[in-house]
Design a protein around this ligand. Structure first.
Ligand SMILES: [Zn+2]
Length: 179
């Protein structure tokens, strides 16, 4: 891919300079910087696009495939303290081996916040209670719940539960990989 890119850039700049001044080799300095930059960005975008498509080569028991802007995929959902929590895992970096990825996975999961409404799956809004604690409210269906603590505390607890489950799954997967 890299060689193709370089060839394309030099090929096209050669054609450009041929029409520009009739000499294929009188090029780089004659090509305005803005064109070079534009070219570079287009090529970069193409490379990123193709790389992103190939990031998911591993068994999909844990990892859903798909491209997310921040490089994380939703892998599971838990109900805890009457609301729903989405667990996310980083996408598989190309330079990771399969066993490396799974070994690190339990420590790299994230719990998405805010939590979601358990009835209609809308993201909940949190407001401070007048006296003490917080209200979690659904902006759509009217679901409402009072908590003594901020939802971040629950998110930490959910993370521990999810981590335990993923450690179990990873153990099974790694046994399969090593056989
Ligand atoms: Zn709702």
């Amino acid at each position: 891919m890299f060689i193709l890119t370089i060839t394309t850039i030099f090929g096209l700049s050669g054609i450009y300079s041929y029409f520009d001044n009739g000499d294929v080799f009188l090029l780089s300095s004659q090509v305005p910087l803005v064109i070079w930059t534009g070219f570079f960005l287009v090529i970069l975008a193409i490379i990123v696009y193709f790389k992103a498509e190939k990031t998911c080569n591993y068994p999909r028991a844990l990892i859903g495939c798909g491209i997310s802007a921040n490089g994380y995929d939703d892998i599971s959902e838990y109900q805890y303290n009457d609301v729903n929590w989405v667990i996310q895992a980083p996408r598989v970096p190309r330079w990771y081996s399969e066993s490396e990825y799974y070994r690190d996975l339990p420590d790299r999961i994230l719990v998405k916040t805010p939590p979601k409404c358990s009835k209609c799956k809308t993201e909940l809004e949190q407001k401070k209670s007048l006296l003490y604690g917080y209200f979690l409210k659904c902006p759509d269906c009217g679901f409402s719940k009072w908590n003594s603590h901020h939802y971040y505390e629950d998110a930490e607890r959910v993370k521990k539960i999810a981590k335990r489950d993923i450690e179990q799954e990873v153990k099974t997967i790694l046994e399969g990989v090593n056989h």
